[in-house]
Design a binder for this molecule. Structure first.
Ligand SMILES: [Fe+2]
Ligand SMILES: [Fe+2]
Length: 190
């Protein structure tokens, strides 16, 4: 493990509660595993996993300021939905404060809650690693883990097919990038 990753882990530990820190470490492990299986850079995948929720527990006002400052194609629905701010805020923080320049890592963090069409392999690993990390024990977890190990594109299709109605069922709104994501990965369904 590089010194830089050790610093990111310490930073994550300092910015979130114990439960979310455990989740972040599990997501990093899962992203590493998925990168190994699917031929992606495992250090980049692990880094995105450690940092994906880095600003999820900060003051919401500061989070919103980061979203507004980010210039990261923020959808009106994202702006309207506090739960969706932390991916954008986290990516902005990683870019401006941690000086991470790798656009792929930044996008994996930025889109890990909402998805989008035509994601890079690292973005799909970030999204799905968060969905299927080991502590996720909802009924569909095992099924999504299997889909994701087998095929990232079908994994994205199955993930969006499940998460969009799930959000609507709770009375939530769907950003256009998530609908685009579902429509894009529909052709990869199995
Ligand atoms: Fe998240
Ligand atoms: Fe997460």
């Amino acid at each position: 493990m590089t010194d830089r990753i050790k610093q990111y882990i310490e930073l994550a530990k300092s910015l979130m509660g114990k439960k979310r820190f455990t989740h972040s470490m599990n997501v990093a492990d899962m992203c590493f595993k998925l990168a190994t299986i699917h031929g992606e850079d495992s250090v980049k995948a692990y880094t995105a996993g450690v940092l994906h929720d880095i600003h999820k527990e900060i003051d919401p006002e500061l989070m919103k300021q980061e979203v507004l400052a980010s210039d990261m194609n923020v959808d009106p629905v994202e702006l309207d939905t506090q739960k969706l701010w932390h991916g954008i805020a986290g990516a902005y923080f990683c870019k401006t404060e941690l000086k991470i320049e790798d656009e792929d890592i930044l996008n994996a963090i930025r889109y890990h809650t909402v998805g989008r069409a035509n994601m890079s392999k690292l973005e799909k690993i970030g999204y799905l690693g968060d969905l299927v990390s080991m502590e996720r024990d909802y009924p569909e977890g095992e099924k999504f883990r299997r889909y994701t190990m087998e095929d990232l594109d079908n994994g994205m299709f199955e993930a969006m097919k499940w998460s969009i109605p799930n959000t609507i069922g709770k009375g939530g709104k769907i950003p256009l990038c998530s609908m685009d994501c579902y429509n894009f990965y529909w052709k990869y369904r199995k």
